[in-house]
Ligand binder design. Structure first.
Ligand code: SF4
Length: 204
């Protein structure tokens, strides 16, 4: 029986993560491949930090992290936090605590701008493709490997099999992002002023 080390999931995932399946593209040792693909995952993620729009490959990494790739013939099962929405054909992340509503749906494909399209987006499990991505631990590379390790080492051709679109944000969404940005800036200013006041009180 195996346990997914990135999420503590107790499901038996061993059969889906046999190392010979993951390693059989040949040529590279796991160590070398690990470094190469991991930096690919990291560079995609860091590019997402400055881009106004998420790029296709980064979105594919997010889709892989959330939905896995069994639906396109791959081995990775969906994330244990992936939840079916009450609305048919929609999914949301049960690990975020944001609930099931239109703004939290993780669309993987389609013309609608959705959660996975935001350039800056965090994942509770710090999975590849997300702004807060953190590399897997070394013990995640031992059989059965974790979902995160698998996603970090996925072959680019496998990633390309995941159908994604990168739709534009609607005007309404742009306005709501701008409002959120302004609220955040205001809160930061207030916090800074409060800290300054506290420091000047301590000095006097
Ligand atoms: S955002 Fe992270 S925790 Fe949530 S479903 Fe996707 S991979 Fe899982």
């Amino acid at each position: 029986m195996g346990e997914c080390k990135s999420c503590g999931n107790n499901k038996n995932i061993e059969s889906e993560f046999k190392s010979e399946k993951i390693n059989k593209d040949g040529g590279f040792s796991i160590k070398k491949k690990f470094g190469m693909v991991q930096s690919f995952a990291m560079s995609l993620t860091s590019r997402g930090l400055t881009n106004k729009k998420i790029n296709r490959a980064n979105k594919q990494l997010r889709v892989l992290s959330c939905f896995g790739n069994q639906h396109v013939g791959g081995e990775l099962p969906p994330c244990e936090h992936l939840e079916n929405s009450e609305t048919d054909g929609k999914y949301f992340c049960g690990g975020c605590g944001c609930g099931d509503r239109q703004g939290t749906w993780l669309m993987s494909d389609g013309g609608e701008y959705s959660k996975l399209d935001y350039p800056k987006l965090s994942c509770p499990l710090n999975m590849p493709g997300f702004t807060n991505y953190k590399m897997s631990e070394s013990d995640e590379a031992t059989d059965p490997v974790s979902r995160k390790y698998y996603a970090e080492n996925v072959n680019y051709k496998e990633l390309e099999k995941l159908p994604v679109t990168t739709p534009e944000m609607t005007e309404e969404q742009k306005e709501s992002m701008e409002r959120a940005r302004q609220t955040m800036m205001l809160q930061r200013q207030q916090e800074m002023m409060k800290k300054k006041e506290e420091l000047s009180k301590q000095d006097s």
